[in-house]
Design a protein around this ligand. Structure first.
Ligand SMILES: *Cc1c(COP(=O)(O)O)cnc(C)c1O
Length: 371
């Protein structure tokens, strides 16, 4: 029996939630399928959950980055600081709005933005810094907010994967001028489809992203376009799905966190054998992907595969080393933290509802390799 890396199957309860959502929307006399009252209700529910000024849902996490950068006024001639290790849209979104991504290194162990390197890269063209929470670690938000304040730049907090995470009592996504969560299926707030939520206390930002997600219209006057926007609207079936599921989300996050804790406890003693696990504890800790670092990563991966256990290398190449961004990366500079993370990280199976036996199987295999 193989143990997959991803488990994108809907949990039994979720299958019923999806079927119910389809039925609710399909039989609604209103017959409205995009940006209807369910979308409005979902935004309200998330607004209350986050205690935020506003929440705007849109087509994807990648689109949310573009909408947020545009709402922050970023365009040609501007620079945006992004981590050198992470998801492609972190830099792709900056290019999409005509600005320049400036790659800051990451901490080799936590794999999130190195605050000192970010500060060294600030110029008079820098408009925004985009920290991203990565795998099980939140970025150092207090330090980044302080740094941004000192330099008069904005913080766009990419909390795509950080549902349920908090640092010093403050929820992920609530530190910067604007934060975002992805609804991509395998993320902690994932659903059977594409979507994302933007969270902000700034009414100007929320007004701007609302217009930008619907071709620059203001929601009152149709076909009066105030600016050139995008089609990044939200689907009513998916809004209903998320609404139906909000009550069970904390349980799903807890289940993920329990797996994270068991792994961390089991791997704590392996550091001297070349296997490094994330730090223990829950403060500043996410529960998306559990990635260890292994010097002999590819051998570990093969060892797990021989035992039928799936694993994943998320970002095998630092962003500035990808062909897509090569001509934007300054020559002669290195990103040793990002290179280290790319060469060593290995993500292990993790999903809510993973059984104790499944976790034990992964633990035994990892510990067996190190021994
Ligand atoms: C997944 C992800 C995105 C993009 O979200 P999509 O909804 O897949 O477009 C952006 N940033 C980070 C850190 C992500 O993990």
């Amino acid at each position: 029996m193989t143990l997959p890396f991803f488990n994108t199957r809907l949990l039994d309860g979720e299958r019923d939630i999806l079927l119910k959502a389809v039925h609710q929307v399909a039989t609604d006399p209103e017959q409205r399928f995009i940006l209807g009252r369910r979308t409005v209700e979902l935004e309200k529910a998330l607004r209350e959950q986050f205690g935020a000024g506003d929440v705007v849902v849109c087509g994807s996490g990648s689109a949310a980055l573009v909408l947020a950068l545009r709402a922050l006024g970023v365009g040609p001639g501007d620079e945006v600081i992004v981590p050198a290790f992470g998801s492609e849209p972190l830099a792709g979104s900056v290019v999409a709005v005509g600005a320049r991504p400036v790659f800051a290194d990451v901490d080799p162990q936590t794999m999130v933005l190195d605050v000192d390197d970010a500060e060294r890269l600030i110029t008079d063209r820098t408009r925004v810094v985009v920290p991203a929470h990565t795998f099980t670690a939140m970025a150092d938000m207090p330090a980044l907010v302080e740094l941004a304040g000192r330099h008069g730049i904005a913080v766009l907090e990419d909390a795509a994967i950080a549902q349920g995470a908090a640092l010093a009592g403050r929820h992920a996504g609530r530190w910067g001028e604007v934060g975002l969560f992805s609804f991509f299926p395998v993320k902690p707030l994932g659903m059977p489809g594409e979507g994302a939520a933007l969270v902000t206390d700034d009414p100007e930002i929320s007004r701007a992203v609302r217009m930008l997600r619907n071709h620059g219209q203001d929601g009152v006057h149709r076909f009066l376009h105030h600016t050139v926007g995008y089609n990044s609207r939200f689907d009513e079936v998916l809004a209903q799905f998320q609404l139906n599921r909000l009550p069970v989300l904390p349980t799903l996050v807890e289940q993920r966190m329990r797996v994270v804790d068991r792994y961390t406890q089991a791997f704590a003693g392996l550091a001297h054998r070349g296997v490094r696990a994330p730090a223990a504890g829950h403060d500043g800790r996410c529960c998306y992907v559990y990635a260890i670092q292994v010097a002999e990563r590819d051998r570990m991966r093969a060892h797990l595969a021989r035992r039928g256990i799936g694993s994943h290398v998320h970002y095998p190449v630092p962003l500035p080393r990808l062909s897509a961004f090569a001509d934007l990366a300054p020559t002669g500079r290195g990103w040793p933290g990002a290179e280290h993370a790319s060469a060593r990280h290995l993500a292990l199976p993790l999903w809510p509802g993973m059984t104790d036996a499944e976790v034990a199987r992964v633990v035994d295999a990892v510990c067996g390799f190190a021994g």
